[in-house]
Design a protein. Structure first.
Length: 273
């Protein structure tokens, strides 16, 4: 039995090690997938928070490797910590973003990223397109929500939970932006811009005339394929050199988590002001 660690963003109950349902439904025989929780809650709303997300996922990946996992799937299109973990580990590490962008290039010549997130977070995709040298292959980045909607994320009901529940308005917004990407921007393939969009990916695909890639399921299955073929990333490209600093990462994330926990308690006492 090969064990896969799934590390990524939220939309789950803390302490639950089951991966999202979309992964549970496609796990192949001979594989086991478990969700590994990060020590540090972070949302990449800007560059410094993106770097915090990197640290949190790297530490979780190092922790998973010590627990005898055979592969690591970074369940976020942002691919936070991908190159760092590849430099530290010999087991295969796959990011939802990179694997899905490369898949898009196998299915067409120009892809568009259609994301539930607002324009404020476009920098995440732009950084990846530059890093992977795919900017000239991306027809457009289309955002569904508005910047001000980010402020609702702390509420129990928000634009992301509405989408995941299949609310008609949210689905219509996504389908319309997919159509614009195809008809106005020249995309021949659509890449969903967040793994949180997975619950409605099938319906989006059924309403599209071009392939729609769900980065959660594609990235996970790609990792299974690497493990089946006994292939991992090149250590010539991602060399390991001495200590990988796992204890340092653990100490940092532990300290950040304790600080965050204290601030959260004060925030709750003040009634959320």
């Amino acid at each position: 039995m090969k064990k896969i660690a799934v590390i990524g963003t939220g939309f789950r109950i803390s302490g639950n090690d089951k991966p999202p349902n979309e992964i549970l439904e496609i796990i192949s025989s001979g594989f086991e997938a478990k969700l590994i929780e990060t020590d540090l809650p972070s949302f990449p709303v800007n560059e410094i928070n993106r770097q915090i997300s990197e640290i949190a996922i790297v530490e979780a990946g190092l922790r998973a490797s010590k627990n005898n996992f055979d592969g690591i799937f970074i369940n976020t299109v942002g691919d936070y910590g991908l190159n760092s973990l590849r430099s530290a580990l010999c087991i295969p590490v796959v990011g939802a973003g990179q694997s899905s962008m490369h898949a898009a290039m196998q299915l067409g010549t120009k892809f568009s990223i259609v994301s539930i997130w607002p324009p404020k977070l476009k920098f995440i995709y732009e950084n990846l397109l530059n890093l992977y040298q795919l900017r000239n292959k991306c027809a457009s980045i289309r955002c569904i929500s508005e910047n001000h909607e980010l402020e609702t994320l702390s509420e129990e009901e928000n634009f992301v939970t509405d989408m995941r529940k299949g609310e008609l308005t949210q689905k219509e917004r996504i389908i319309i932006e997919c159509e614009k990407a195809i008809n106005e921007d020249g995309a021949d393939t659509i890449l969903l811009g967040c793994t949180c969009m997975s619950p409605i990916s099938k319906e989006i695909s059924e309403n599209s005339i071009v392939p729609v890639i769900n980065p959660m399921t594609y990235g996970y299955k790609y990792l299974e394929t690497l493990l089946e073929l006994n292939i991992s990333h090149s250590k010539k490209e991602y060399p390991s050199d001495g200590e990988i600093g796992s204890e340092q990462f653990s100490a940092m994330t532990r300290s950040f988590r304790e600080t965050f926990s204290k601030k959260s308690k004060v925030h709750n006492i003040r009634g959320g002001s």
